[in-house]
Write a protein that binds this ligand. Structure first.
Ligand code: GUE
Length: 309
């Protein structure tokens, strides 16, 4: 079998993030109905956008639409791009005090004149549905996930991994490529909590292919189009592609673009047992987990048991 043609490799299963997200969303809808039937307030989500960046408006619109569909109380605050930090902090303080609001999401990135860390730290941790506040980051790190709110994208990645491998990930070798506070670091914490042997790689790591060759689970979150090549992938690995890179697509016409991940998808699919596509993989899960976090925050605020996702 030393010279087995690559065409003999079994094609990877495509992990349908849209379908799993729809499943999570249906459970959030049911949990919301149950909460309201018990006489509690519906989950309330406030999304704050500073400036009118086109891409951000699309994401924020999608979040508001989904929240409304689920029976949430949903509000959006769009502030001018030159809003002062003090005015943004004042809005956050108002939302912190508002009993109808259980989740506050301040869309990132913020304009350069605003200190992002100061804004994140101003959000009441119990309402921090992005899971970016140091209290939530710390609770995840000390194994208190039950009391934390966890960053939506890595939480969604973990759901996808468990759909493929089952709930027991103990002893698996996991490689996370990327060390951002939003994805890479919390992803590594979640996998560590699941008793994986976790490696975090980044732009200074030496010999990524050698690290990938050991990985039963590979999560790519670097923001470099198709950087992870197919021949890096351990045969049978589960590959989760968090990358969302818009690249020129002249084959589609002048000035057109297309979305690609951090993984060379077609190549990797020949080696992996399962892989997420881009789009349609991790992206839809991010929004589903935001809704799940908002329901969890509302249940806790009402003193009721929160579902786990
Ligand atoms: N405070 C904050 N929290 C966030 O969670 C946050 C943020 N700021 N800023 C921007 C990023 C981006 N983000 C996405 C969520 C879903 C898709 C998504 O659903 N993507 C689809 C469609 C992609 C397309 O076709 O354009 C997919 O991958 O299939 C994408 C991107 C959340 N973000």
């Amino acid at each position: 079998m030393a010279h087995a043609p690559s065409s003999s490799a079994k094609a990877a299963a495509i992990i349908d993030g849209k379908a799993v997200a729809a499943d999570i969303t249906a459970r959030v809808a049911a949990g919301t109905a149950e909460l309201v039937a018990a006489g509690a307030l519906p989950p309330g989500l406030a999304v704050v956008l500073v400036g009118e960046d086109a891409a951000s408006q699309v994401y924020v619109g999608a979040k508001g639409k989904k929240a409304s569909e689920l029976g949430f109380h949903s509000v959006q605050h769009t502030l001018p791009v030159d809003t002062s930090q003090a005015d943004l902090l004042a809005l956050v303080a108002t939302l912190n005090r508002d009993p109808a609001i259980h989740g506050i999401l301040v869309q990132l990135p913020l304009p350069a004149h605003i200190d992002t860390t100061a804004v994140i730290e101003a959000i009441e941790p119990a309402k921090d549905v992005d899971g970016f506040h140091p209290i939530n980051v710390g609770r995840l790190a000390i194994g208190e996930r039950d009391r934390a709110l966890v960053s939506c994208t890595p939480a969604g990645c973990l759901v996808l991994i468990k759909r493929v491998l089952g709930d027991n990930l103990s002893g698996k070798d996991a490689l996370v490529i990327g060390r951002s506070n939003i994805v890479g670091k919390p992803m590594a914490q979640l996998l560590l909590q699941e008793s994986c042997t976790v490696t975090i790689a980044h732009s200074r790591s030496r010999d990524l292919p050698a690290l990938a060759a050991r990985a039963d689970i590979l999560v790519a979150a670097v923001g470099r189009p198709e950087m992870v090549r197919g021949d890096w992938i351990k045969p049978g690995a589960v590959v989760i592609d968090v990358g969302m890179n818009r690249i020129p697509a002249p084959e589609r016409g002048a000035g057109k673009t297309r979305l690609v991940g951090d993984v060379a998808y077609a190549e990797a699919a020949a080696h992996a047992s399962a892989i997420t596509p881009v789009p349609g993989g991790v992206g839809p899960m991010t929004i589903a987990m935001l809704m799940a976090n908002t329901l969890v925050a509302a249940c806790r605020a009402a003193g009721r048991p929160a579902p786990t996702f």
